[in-house]
Write a protein of this length. Structure first.
Lengths: 268, 293
């Protein structure tokens, strides 16, 4: 019985690793090696990586990804936390309506308003700029953020606010001195979830960031692939480079990644 | 004391104004503008256009491609929801026992979740491509002819559904694992004393108490599947023709390739209604089935 269980477990692990094995085997093979993708390269080479790195402008793309993700996440955390405090602490009829409005944005698929959004960004001169990408990313991550923060704040005892009030804090000081420091665990979740969404985003970036100087990794990869369809091993190497940053982060912080996700989902 | 705090707290409402401005500018305004554009024949860039009433909506009814697209979107949505839940639950049940190295397997199964869907799509493209694809290499081992997997629309739709499932089943698994851990063990002990077998314990204890987890998973997966975009672009770009398009990729095409912004906006509104109705209905239906501990 035990052997069967462990065979199944091993099989599960192998099946889910196969795609990554194939990708690595492709990326490490010289591009004129026509052996099957299943065969691991006998003479490994790094040429595909250097070619992908240079041809797809991945260094620039990485920098762009960092800038856009970093700025978006900072804005998301602060704007989200600010908005969540009154919405969770003072659920008047009006505030409940505002909360519902925010949450209902969760089900608006960003693409359904693509036409007007794109033409608006064009009118504002935002195509190929960081700010347009950042602001739209922030907007579409805010509903989830507000949802998570309000849920968490309502679990913080109200007595803490009242104690602050007695100690002479004004309303805003209560938030900054008492509530904000308590939000650390949920903030970690928000950073992981929204940061990943922004980092991996393709559907906005492909519209708003077309020029090489501003494009992110997914956009760079997709243009690289349409350009070098015959150099499939370069493409594979590009994919490896593209997934490396988050994969490394995930392997080191996987506890937070998995817990963050479970938190985010189950609180609903 | 409390009353005073409540009455003077309206000042704090300024704290959500920044968020509201974001929503107003980048969601509400475009949303209303989208309704307006859907009644025009705008091409997406010129200054001139005229109002055509419901013409774009009527056009959808007789557009065969839209029909295919809607059916595909439903398959992406419901197909991957069913697959992800069944597989996710099976994995969670299996990993919910004392096993060494199960954490390692969980890490592997979850890994694709954090990787860009576009890259996942490319990786699977390497499996299903015609020339030297990994799947055809296996077929060749058995002496079978290579198959052009993605050349047939309906088959490509299911392959894409499978890829989406493979990528995100780790989410369902994780949520089910958390759900299973929250079920008190003495329920099972009591059932064992009563002589219940594995199946009746599963049917009468596990499944009903997992309903909240199922609700979360189903709603998340349906919304995710109906919105599917990146994987399709990576694997088939909606082709051949529009045979594996979803509403999302179709809209992208209408706007940027066919420059029919009015039609694209109309399709966007239909897609919004469609997704809103499906996700809210499934949420309500499932919430009703939940039991409180």
């Amino acid at each position: 019985m035990k052997t069967i269980k462990y065979s199944i477990l091993t099989l599960m692990g192998i099946v889910h690793l196969i795609p990554f094995y194939i990708l690595l085997s492709m990326a490490l093979k010289p591009s004129d090696d026509t052996s099957s993708k299943w065969v691991f390269p006998t003479n490994m080479t790094m040429d595909n990586f250097t070619n992908a790195w240079n041809q797809a402008h991945l260094s620039q793309a990485l920098v762009n990804n960092f800038i856009i993700t970093f700025c978006s996440v900072i804005l998301i955390v602060f704007i989200g936390a600010f908005a969540s405090y009154p919405l969770s602490r003072f659920p008047t009829k009006w505030n409940q309506f505002i909360y519902l409005l925010c949450i209902s944005c969760l089900i608006v698929p960003a693409l359904t308003i693509l036409v007007p959004l794109y033409s608006m960004i064009v009118d504002l001169g935002g195509i190929n700029t960081y700010w347009a990408a950042i602001l739209t990313q922030v907007t579409f991550q805010l509903p989830l953020t507000i949802f998570l923060f309000t849920g968490f704040i309502s679990s913080v005892p109200k007595e803490l606010d009242e104690a602050g009030l007695i100690d002479g804090c004004n309303k805003f000081a209560i938030f900054f001195r008492i509530i904000l420091p308590l939000l650390k665990p949920i903030t970690a979740t928000v950073i992981i979830l929204t940061g990943l969404n922004v980092w991996n985003d393709y559907q906005f970036s492909i519209f708003f960031l077309q020029r090489v100087s501003v494009q992110t990794i997914p956009v760079a990869l997709s243009q690289f692939i349409s350009q070098f369809q015959n150099q499939i091993s370069w493409v594979a190497a590009g994919c490896v480079i593209g997934m490396l940053p988050v994969t490394i982060l995930y392997l080191f912080l996987q506890k937070y990644f998995i817990r963050g996700l479970a938190d985010g989902a189950v609180k609903g | 004391m409390k009353r005073k705090m409540l009455s003077s707290s309206t000042i704090l409402n300024v704290m959500y104004i920044p968020a509201l401005i974001f929503f107003a500018v980048f969601i509400f305004y475009p949303f209303i503008e989208g309704i307006r554009i859907s009644f025009t024949n705008w091409d997406g860039y010129s200054q001139q256009y005229s109002y055509v009433g419901f013409e774009k909506y009527w056009a959808m009814l007789s557009d065969k491609n839209i029909g295919t697209t809607i059916i595909n979107t439903i398959i992406f949505g419901f197909g991957s929801t069913i697959l992800q839940n069944v597989l996710g639950l099976a994995y969670a049940l299996f990993l919910d026992q004392q096993l060494r190295a199960k954490g390692f397997v969980r890490t592997i199964v979850y890994l694709p979740v954090i990787i860009s869907s576009l890259i996942m799509g490319y990786i699977w493209y390497f499996f299903f491509q015609f020339d030297g694809g990994a799947v055809n290499d296996i077929l060749a081992l058995f002496g079978a002819q290579p198959v052009d997997w993605l050349a047939s629309g309906p088959r490509a739709v299911w392959i894409i559904t499978f890829v989406n499932t493979f990528q995100f089943m780790g989410v369902a698994m994780t949520i089910f694992v958390a759900g299973l851990q929250s079920i008190p063990k003495d329920y099972y002990e009591a059932a064992s004393i009563d002589g219940a077998n594995w199946w009746s314990k599963f049917k009468n204890i596990t499944l009903p108490l997992l309903m909240p987890a199922i609700t979360v998973n189903v709603v998340l997966n349906i919304i995710g599947g109906l919105k599917l975009f990146d994987v399709i672009v990576a694997m088939t770009n909606g082709g051949p023709g529009y045979a594996s398009s979803s509403l999302s990729t179709m809209m992208y095409n209408l706007y940027f390739a066919r420059q029919d912004a009015g039609y694209a906006a109309a399709l966007g509104n239909v897609m919004f209604l469609f997704i809103a109705i499906v996700s809210i209905t499934s949420l309500i239906l499932l919430k009703r089935k939940e039991v409180k501990l």
